[in-house]
Write a protein of this length. Structure first.
Length: 183
């Protein structure tokens, strides 16, 4: 294992532990602070079609944003099947299914979206981000592969303990256009 992979692994382990230790109340409060910034972003204000994620335990709670805006904006969520990243339209909480990929999250039911040209912004999760807007995911490369194929405004979301001065990067790592945190 090379030095960058070792460094990334150490950061992932540290941050995942911090994410598991955040209380639901603290997660809610910090998420609301982040969404105040997102909602002030002109790109978000003008966006109609948004690719966002349904949160895993400890992540910024995007359910708050989705539920607030779901009747004024169209949201899409990622689906992972057979190691492939797909997108499906979010049509409501009652239409979510437990993921088949082994992670503890929910995915929309319905048809796969193949035309990404109408997506205005992507709100991206991550394990860690840095002040140069680089992102470190969970290590599978799903978002990096997808984001390398489309030109779209990318918003990273993280809690204060997930933001570093610098994180190790590789040539395939996709930079965000902006990263919002609760600070």
């Amino acid at each position: 294992m090379n030095d960058i992979k070792i460094q990334k692994k150490a950061i992932r382990e540290k941050v995942k532990q911090l994410m598991l230790n955040i209380s639901e109340n603290e997660r809610f409060i910090k998420s609301k602070l982040i969404f105040d910034k997102v909602e002030s972003d002109s790109k978000f204000k003008n966006a109609y079609n948004i690719l966002i994620y349904w949160p895993l335990k400890g992540e910024v709670d995007t359910r708050i944003l989705i539920e607030k805006w779901m009747f004024r904006k169209t949201f899409y969520l990622p689906v992972i099947e057979n190691e492939t990243f797909y997108i499906k339209k979010f049509s409501g909480v009652n239409d979510l299914l437990k993921s088949k990929c082994g992670l503890d999250f929910f995915e929309p039911d319905g048809d796969v979206i193949t035309d990404f040209s109408s997506i205005d912004i992507v709100i991206v999760p991550g394990i860690a981000f840095d002040k140069n807007y680089f992102r470190m995911g969970r290590g599978k490369g799903y978002y990096d592969k997808f984001l390398s194929e489309i030109k779209v405004y990318k918003i990273g979301l993280c809690f204060d303990f997930q933001l570093f001065d610098n994180i190790p990067t590789e040539s395939h790592d996709i930079k965000m256009d902006i990263v919002y945190t609760n600070l």
